[in-house]
Design a protein around this ligand. Structure first.
Ligand code: ZN
Length: 559
């Protein structure tokens, strides 16, 4: 009996092995035949996630790239019909019929023939068409625009409204440049705190991250990486360790001059600074064509040898500054704390009846105490009781006090109870719907001051006539806003909504760096509890105190 079982087992094992071998032998030739030669990065404007689509080289000695019609059909939402008998395939895209015949170079577009350089092929059960079909035949017949970048093998389907468009590199004896072209005047923030890394945030930027992902070395630039959030773009430059000094400038692109050197450099930045070309005066912004700008990141060729990891870890790059432009000698001696709203202006009221104006005032008192005792600075409060102080009056008070810093304290709110987190604003024209919404809410105080004013007038006042006075302080304001947000994020366990720019009326007309902090959402039941919690309030206050300490040190160190 034992004998027969063993035989059965043996037969079973042999059978399993045989099946496995058969599968392996049938799989290997086709998989080697259809190995992708490279891939096409595809970015969709309609919100579909980007993807990598395999490309094939099907002919020996010919580097022509083919793409499977399965992928083409999915990418362009086409209907596909395959007729094996006649070896013909039909794709219907945007209402146009494309008829392919295997081993033929002719594509019938409707009733019109179009000719490709290479014939359509059939491999491993798939109809393969040359990539040139997309760029040469399909692109001109689509309703939505497409762009095929052959060098980077990157296809963009649809036209997303990018305003940060391209990157190129230049290299000479003095150093290396990365040149980023933009179709808009955008503010940016440079962070060189991490050795070997330059991080540039572009407020309100929209870019295609695949286009800004560069893995080859260009001079002193090792690699470039990009991220796109719902409101801002981030560029990360991994640079050579020999680089000691860098410079970031925004310059207009003048149509008459082709080279960078002929353009005027429109700004000189402080380290970790933000600038906008509009901040540099009228003449400069008019010299550019239709808001076209170049953001130039220059890395100076250093004579420093490569240094060991341990030494490198503490070495930051320094920004090359020219003259005194951009960098002010700033000592923080007096801070104005502005508890938002007050009196009949309650602003946000939580479902359980907690009022924003009260939370703002309580936190402002705590902040005033700690600023005075820990940093020894003078503190001026724009209100100490539950009264309505007009927004202009608050700015006036701060200017008259000769304050060095202005911090407005607020709570956020939204229709959906799930919305939450903390965010910090500095004054600049709003870029996103969310920023406009916030500006409208926080500016609404004005309607209590002047009941005859209509809602629409507010928009006009706040979004068009934003004050040029604050422009001077954009660099420092956004620098400070980034510090506040970073310190808060180290202490608060709610969502980090980031630094934003907004046309906030309370920040207008101020002759000092100014930010507005939205601590949390009163409309969110969890965060409402936090806003009433002393621990949470302490953490907010500590974060702001720490940010002021760092801000002070940064500017003191640069003198
Ligand atoms: Zn508020």
């Amino acid at each position: 009996m034992g004998y027969t079982i063993n035989t059965k087992r043996l037969i079973l094992i042999i059978a399993v092995l045989a099946v496995a071998l058969l599968q392996a032998s049938s799989a290997s030739p086709s998989s080697s035949e259809l190995e992708a030669a490279s891939s096409l990065g595809v970015v969709y404007a309609d919100g579909r996630p980007p993807e990598d689509v395999p490309l094939y080289e099907l002919e020996k000695g010919n580097e022509a790239l083919f793409i499977s019609t399965y992928d083409v059909a999915r990418m362009f939402r086409a209907t596909k019909f395959w007729s094996p008998g006649s070896r013909k395939l039909v794709l219907r895209i945007d209402g146009v019929r494309y008829l392919f015949t295997i081993d033929t170079r002719v594509v019938m577009v409707g009733d019109e023939p179009a000719l490709m350089h290479i014939p359509v092929r059939y491999r491993d059960g798939q109809v393969m068409i040359p990539l040139e079909f997309i760029s040469d035949i399909l692109s001109s017949r689509l309703r939505e625009g497409i762009e095929l970048d052959w060098k980077r093998l990157l296809l963009t389907i649809g036209s997303p409204q990018y305003n940060v468009n391209d990157i190129s590199f230049e290299d000479d004896e003095s150093g290396s440049k990365a040149v980023i072209t933009m179709t808009d005047e955008l503010l940016y923030h440079v962070d060189s705190d991490t050795p070997g890394l330059l991080r540039i945030k572009i407020y309100g930027g929209k870019l295609n991250p695949l286009k800004f992902t560069i893995n080859e070395t260009h001079g002193l630039f090792n690699r470039v990486r990009a991220e796109q959030t719902e409101s801002d773009s981030y560029l990360f430059f991994d640079v050579r360790r020999t680089v000691r000094r860098f410079k970031v400038t925004m310059e207009p692109v003048s149509p008459e001059s082709g080279s960078l050197e002929e353009n005027r450099v429109s700004s000189s930045n402080a380290s970790s600074a933000v600038t906008s070309s509009s901040a540099e005066g009228e003449g400069q912004s008019e010299s550019g064509s239709k808001g076209l700008r170049r953001l130039v990141i220059f890395l100076e060729k250093g004579t420093l040898p490569e240094i060991p990891e341990a030494d490198f870890a503490g070495r930051k790059m320094v920004e090359i500054t020219e003259g005194t432009g951009g960098l002010r000698n700033r000592e923080i001696k007096r801070v104005v704390i502005d508890p938002g709203h007050g009196g009949i202006d309650k602003c946000k009221v939580s479902p359980s009846g907690i009022m924003e104006k009260d939370v703002n005032l309580a936190v402002a008192f705590m902040l005033a105490d700690r600023l005075h005792s820990e940093l020894g600075v003078d503190v001026v409060l724009t209100r100490k009781t539950d009264v309505l102080i007009p927004l202009e009056k608050r700015a006036e008070m701060a200017n008259e006090a000769g304050a060095d810093l202005f911090i407005s304290i607020h709570c956020n709110g939204w229709f959906h109870p799930e919305a939450g987190g903390f965010e910090t604003f500095f004054l600049a024209p709003p870029r996103t719907k969310d920023e406009e919404r916030l500006a409208r809410d926080e500016n609404a105080s004005i309607k209590y001051e002047n009941p005859l004013m209509k809602g629409n007038d507010l928009d006009e006042v706040d979004f068009i006539l934003w004050d040029m006075v604050q422009n001077e302080y954009i660099n420092e304001s956004s620098d400070f806003a980034e510090l506040v947000q970073r310190e808060l994020s180290a202490r608060l366990e709610i969502r980090n909504r980031g630094v934003k720019q907004a046309g906030l009326k309370v920040l207008k007309g101020l002759k000092m760096p100014a930010v507005l902090v939205e601590m949390a959402f009163l409309s969110n039941p969890e965060e409402e509890k936090l806003l009433m919690n002393d621990n949470f309030r302490e953490n907010v206050v500590e974060g702001i105190v720490e940010a002021i300490r760092k801000f002070q040190n940064r500017y003191a160190a640069s003198r």
